[in-house]
Design a protein around this ligand. Structure first.
Ligand code: SAM
Ligand code: SF4
Length: 331
């Protein structure tokens, strides 16, 4: 814990991790993320890179030590490499990471590394070309694979690969993706499908609990548990005997980890959002554009923190449904 951290919520959780959605736009159309109603925000409605830099700087002054850039697709945002170069110089920021769909990574990996990006997560739900097209709407599996290869060549280590598991879609890819960890030093993490911006009842049929995924993998060989490290976040970690890579299971729905939550989010349209899985958020862009000083902005961070609930209420039972879309919040 940072002794200068001013971001402690009502449940005594210290928040030191800021996830920033740098754009709501994306070049893929993943089924679980976008709906046919998804519309892009007008350009003036999203934070400029300078505004992002200022807000992150204020957050770091308050105790944020880790920042993840996400979206939409962060590599679609013009000027992203420059933003990373500027953020990486912030005094007090210990970890700067990015989550990407990998489609633009092959050409950008070296520049991202040079700009000071520390780590990278790449989303890949399938190793099958037809399946990739089916999930994302584009035929870019080879392009993403090249992105992964180039990220490794640029020196990103470990490379984390995120897979959202959906029944009737990519269940058959659990084994091939996990097998990757036997030949490559990749960290493959399986993630539970969350009912965001969809009808939770229809989403339920798609849901595969992590316990199922783990059981399937145990048939391939013993899963050796790994101790949790600082910065692991919510993943439970394992590896196969003698494997260079490792496996992670993230069970946001079946076994949530809210009591350990250390996160807050900045949305592409300039809101601070205390939780991915709750609609509450507070506008910070308005104050910024009205000329607010740093203290006023810090007070908005405090307000967002005060809104952080003890645990999320999202379920497949239909009690609760998110109105905001994933691309805006930043997954
Ligand atoms: N475009 C980038 C990407 O795909 O990696 C970054 C943004 S994306 C919204 C961040 C992560 O959220 C991705 O790993 C994606 O698979 C995950 N995600 C999106 N919708 C989801 C859902 N309904 N349930 C679980 N994970 C989801
Ligand atoms: Fe785009 Fe990422 Fe959403 Fe897929 S998950 S549509 S790549 S933002």
């Amino acid at each position: 814990m940072n002794s200068h951290n001013h971001l402690v919520d009502a449940f005594q959780r210290t928040v030191n991790y800021l996830r920033v959605s740098v754009t709501d736009r994306c070049n893929l159309r993943c089924r679980y993320c976008m709906t046919s109603h998804t519309r892009w925000l007008p350009k003036g409605a999203i934070l400029t890179l300078e505004e992002i830099e200022r807000l992150v700087g204020i957050g770091v002054g308050l105790g944020i030590t880790k920042v993840r850039l996400t979206g939409g697709e962060p590599l679609c945002r013009k000027g992203i490499v420059d933003l990373i170069a500027r953020l990486s110089k912030l005094n007090g920021l210990q970890d700067l990471t990015l989550t990407t769909n990998g489609t633009l990574l092959a050409q950008k990996a070296a520049a991202l590394k040079e700009a000071g990006l520390r780590r990278i997560n790449i989303s890949l739900d399938t190793m099958d070309a037809a399946g990739f097209f089916n999930i994302t709407g584009l035929n870019l599996l080879d392009t993403v694979w090249q992105g992964i290869v180039q990220a490794a060549a640029a020196g990103f280590n470990p490379i984390k690969i995120n897979c959202v598991v959906m029944r009737g879609s990519n269940e058959d890819q659990i084994v091939p993706l996990a097998e990757l960890t036997r030949s490559q030093p990749f960290h493959v993490r399986f993630i539970e499908y969350m009912p965001i911006a969809v009808d939770p009842h229809s989403a339920k049929s798609r849901f595969v609990p992590m316990a199922d995924v783990q059981q399937r993998l145990e048939k391939l060989g013993a899963l050796i548990p790994l101790p949790s490290k600082n910065g692991d976040g919510p993943a439970r970690r394992f590896r196969f005997q003698d494997a260079p890579g490792e496996l992670g299971f993230i069970s946001s729905m079946s076994e949530h980890f809210c009591s350990r939550c250390n996160r807050i989010r900045l949305t592409a349209d300039g809101h601070l959002r205390p939780c991915l899985l709750a609609d509450e958020q507070v506008d910070v862009m308005g104050a910024l554009r009205a000329g607010a000083g740093d203290e006023e902005i810090a007070a908005i961070f405090a307000k967002a923190l005060a809104m952080k609930q003890g645990e999320h209420r999202l379920s497949f039972g239909g009690n609760c449904q998110l109105r905001t879309k994933m691309t805006d919040i930043g997954g």
